[in-house]
Design a protein around this ligand. Structure first.
Ligand code: MG
Length: 161
């Protein structure tokens, strides 16, 4: 088994879409990023790369690459899942912490889990997404940014699950 840790933060800006875990939220602000700025999928992809010791996201998907401008991060995660599979590894489980003042995650948590499970080719009970506010503290609390942390466990693809 191999464990990986992932992190991402993006500034919030008016007029951008807010996409979290591949789900779009109708908010006046979204993530200011080269891709769609999905911090949940980016943190998970970062954790997958970490667990497989495959480097970091910026190395594989540089923000200077026009191919990833406004890209759907599901495509980025799918590419990382392929890289991990090529190493003979598969996802055992993933746990995500999302820190954001808005939007309310709970009503759409299962939608996000289902989507993430599908991208990772695992069942929904192997995917956890937890959300909290920053209690008004710091840039997250002021609604200037949001961030996500992820931990993922990989196992040998030929092991029993
Ligand atoms: Mg990012």
């Amino acid at each position: 088994m191999r464990v990986g840790i992932g992190y991402d933060i993006h500034r919030l800006r008016e007029g951008r879409r807010l996409v979290l875990g591949g789900i779009e939220f109708p908010t006046p602000v979204g993530c200011d990023a080269h891709s769609d700025g999905d911090v949940v999928l980016h943190a998970v992809a970062d954790a997958l790369l970490g667990a497989a010791a495959l480097g970091d996201l910026g190395e594989h998907f540089p923000d200077t690459d026009e191919a990833w401008r406004d890209a759907d991060s599901a495509g980025i995660l799918a590419r990382v899942v392929e890289m991990v599979a090529a190493r003979g590894l598969r996802v055992s489980n993933v746990d995500v912490n999302l820190h954001a003042e808005l939007p309310k995650i709970a009503p759409r948590r299962d939608e996000m889990r289902l989507n993430l499970a599908s991208l990772l080719a695992v069942s929904q009970d192997r995917v956890s997404i937890k959300a909290r506010t920053a209690e008004g503290l710091g840039p997250i609390g002021r609604g200037e940014a949001l961030e996500a942390h992820a931990v993922v466990l990989l196992e040998e693809a030929d092991s029993e699950q």
